[in-house]
Design a binder for this molecule. Structure first.
Ligand code: ADP
Ligand code: MG
Length: 246
């Protein structure tokens, strides 16, 4: 059997004052669409950064594609859209196409003149998120939801096998959230992109995901999403408080 794409083993993480993660073990397999749920401050963003190798665990280890994360070199295999990625300076002058191309040229800065194959990859990534017709628009003119799609295209342009998203629907109008998750489900199903998503939209995501993990410093539950439906309303209320959208 193939190695899990992400394998977290007994991971703990401490900031100076705070223990954020406590002995977490979990795997992400190829094709999964995993939602990580948990109250504010429960360690969700920290866990994603551990998965990405952006921070090293205080204890435990992480394997990416079967390779210890300390040795793992293929960063382009894992796309990432951070929390609040779309709250950038609105005076930012770039076009949609330039923002997406930036996903290929992070170190080199923006292209003077975009090579033809780059332009093609950019088009493909924009197509995958339903934003192809916005190529030449200025990013600052777009709605929050459209901007978030562009940032996802930027993460997709290097053709990652896994895409990791931290609260991507913050800043998206409620009436557009369903369509946003449909777009993610299509990436998972039709383009075989493994998805790991932190979200509070528990009622909207459950129809689309395959797996769910409930986190609060430690993993309280990780399994098929069907088991989440079986969780009692009281338990869900205790988990999510007032952030549950009905
Ligand atoms: P979540 O994403 O679930 O809201 P985080 O992973 O951001 O949670 O944070 C988990 C805990 O670690 C919180 O108590 C938070 O205050 C703390 N924390 C997060 N980032 C830092 C940091 N850079 N320095 C110190 N403490 C932090
Ligand atoms: Mg967070």
């Amino acid at each position: 059997m193939a190695a899990p794409l992400i394998n977290i083993k007994e991971v703990s993480y401490e900031y100076e004052q705070t223990k954020a993660l406590d002995h977490i073990s979990m795997t992400v397999e190829e094709g999964d669409f995993l939602a990580i749920l948990g109250p504010n401050g429960s360690g969700k963003s920290t866990l994603l950064k551990i998965m990405l190798g952006l921070i090293r665990p205080s204890e435990g280890s992480v394997e990416l594609f079967g390779i210890d994360s300390k040795q793992f070199k293929h960063r382009e295999w894992i796309g990432y859209v951070s929390q609040k990625s779309n709250s950038f300076n609105s005076a930012f002058p770039a076009t949609v196409q330039e923002v997406v191309a930036g996903g290929l040229a992070k170190k080199a800065g923006l292209f003077h003149k975009m090579p033809k194959n780059t332009a093609q990859q950019v088009e493909e990534a924009l197509d995958a998120v339903g934003m192809k017709s916005f190529s030449n628009r200025s990013i600052s003119e777009l709605s929050g939801g459209q901007q978030q799609r562009v940032f996802i295209a930027r993460a997709l342009v290097s053709k990652p096998k896994v895409l990791i998203l931290d609260e991507p629907t913050v800043g998206i109008d409620v009436q557009n959230v369903q369509a946003f998750y449909d777009m993610l489900a299509a990436l998972n199903r039709e383009r075989n992109i493994t998805l790991v998503l932190v979200t509070h939209d528990v009622d909207t995501v459950t129809d689309r995901i395959s797996h769910v993990a409930c986190l609060n410093q430690t993993i309280h539950f990780h399994g098929f999403k069907d088991q989440l439906h079986m969780m009692s309303d009281e338990k869900r209320e205790a988990w999510y408080g007032h952030s549950v959208r009905k």
